[in-house]
Design a protein around this ligand. Structure first.
Ligand code: PMP
Length: 398
């Protein structure tokens, strides 16, 4: 049975962590994986999460199965976080909501459903995008292509190219969009550009799938969700995948959600019934703990305020690290203009370093980023900043 099985290549990002763990050098730094770390280099346990967990544990409630779509208190609070409280989609009941196994699970449930209702559709992801987008939609049986996004020479977005590619896509094409903190480049569309993207998506009859893994990491909870709300206002179908891995620092709890906006409540009920089958035949129903933590925090005004403050502190720390990296590079003698790093947003920076330079960072300095030059600025801290700046300066010198 297994004699024909070939060895799959390591996952481009998680494989990097394996290599990092195996590295024995004391000064090694992992800027590969997308995990926010605090000043001391640890994955934080947010205070609001600690308090919510204590309350849940003190309750000692039994752990029966959750319903297939998950914990209702949870996904209703998440709906309000995405669409705003008292939103029209909530009032009319035209959004199907599900608790999912984090953002990846939301994408996969959405992809499986789409491949059932629209098997011939093509999915377009940004060039480049989070590596798993392409793999996940392909595995779900859909054809995957790209739309232009990153403009290397401009240190920004090829917006004309993006509009042209979306404008040329066939009606029914599924378009995966990052509402904020674009992974991997760190370059986001501005408000005016979003207006144009929403317009072309709707005019062409494309299906937007907004993947929101970093709500609150760029500007604010409401501002970062603005593209989602624009799509709602413009009418037509909309998929939104949400992850709380980063924003609640709950990576291992696998907590996220999928929202599918439909024309009316009746359509949403039918869509939900199909989504439930996708879940039932995959993992039956989702786990309890993460949903309880997030709903306890979102549903309690004090804990919610604490979360927003902690989220804001993570956002500010990332911004400070961007600034410090640019300054550190200048201090280390880099002559090129690296200001673009401070202009980018979110956890990642497309550093502009070549594959050779990234490989040198790894082999000579024990600093791990992806081959494409992506580094996680959320893993920088006052201790590793100088060695990282010095090493980047060294490989840039050639
Ligand atoms: N989408 C994007 C754009 C991401 O960057 C990530 C995490 N790196 C995810 C989805 C999914 O992460 P998770 O499954 O942990 O929510």
């Amino acid at each position: 049975l297994f004699s024909q099985v070939t060895a799959a290549p390591p996952d481009p990002i998680l494989g990097l962590t394996e290599a990092f763990v195996a590295d024995q050098r004391p000064g090694k730094v992992n800027l590969g994986v997308g995990v926010y770390q605090d000043e001391s280099g640890k994955v934080p346990v947010l205070e609001c999460v600690r308090e919510a967990s204590d309350r849940i544990n003190a309750e000692g409630a039994p752990r029966p199965y959750l319903p297939i779509p998950g914990l209702a208190t949870y996904y209703n609070l998440v709906r309000d976080l995405i669409f705003g409280s008292g939103s029209e989609v909530a009032e009319t009941g035209r959004v199907a909501m599900l608790q999912t196994l984090s953002g990846t699970g939301a994408l996969k449930v959405g992809a499986d459903f789409l491949s059932q209702v629209s098997p011939d559709a093509t999915v377009l992801v940004s060039d480049p995008s989070w590596e798993n987008h392409q793999a996940l939609f392909t595995r779900a049986g859909l054809k995957v292509g790209t739309y232009r996004y990153y403009d290397e020479s401009a240190h920004g977005i090829d917006f004309a190219g993006m509009l042209e590619d979306l404008g040329a896509a066939a009606p029914g094409t599924i378009v995966v969009l990052h509402p904020c903190c674009h992974n991997p480049t760190g370059y986001d569309l501005n408000d005016e550009q979003w207006v144009e993207v929403v317009k072309v998506v709707r005019e062409r009859g494309l299906v937007p799938f907004v993947d929101m893994a970093y709500q609150g990491f760029s500007r604010s909870l409401a501002d970062d969700a603005a593209p989602v709300r624009r799509f709602v206002e413009s009418g037509g179908p909309l998929f939104v995948s949400v992850s709380f891995s980063k924003t609640f620092s709950l990576y291992g709890e696998r907590i996220g959600a999928l929202a599918v906006v439909c024309d009316d409540a009746d359509q949403a009920a039918r869509v939900l019934s199909q989504l439930k089958i996708v879940i039932r035949t995959n993992y039956s129903n989702p786990p309890t703990f993460g949903a309880k933590v997030v709903s306890t925090v979102l549903g309690d005004p004090e804990l919610r305020a604490l979360w927003e403050a902690e989220l804001g502190a993570m956002r500010d720390r990332i911004k400070a690290m961007r600034r410090a990296l640019v300054d550190g590079l200048v201090a280390a003698g880099v002559e090129q203009d690296m200001e673009f790093i401070a202009r980018q947003v979110g956890m990642f920076s497309y550093s502009g370093l070549t594959k050779e330079q990234m490989l040198r960072l790894r082999s000579e300095f024990g600093i791990y980023g992806t081959d494409k030059g992506r580094i996680c600025v959320a893993a920088l801290n006052p201790r590793n900043l100088d060695p990282v700046s010095a090493a980047i300066a060294e490989v840039l010198r050639g």
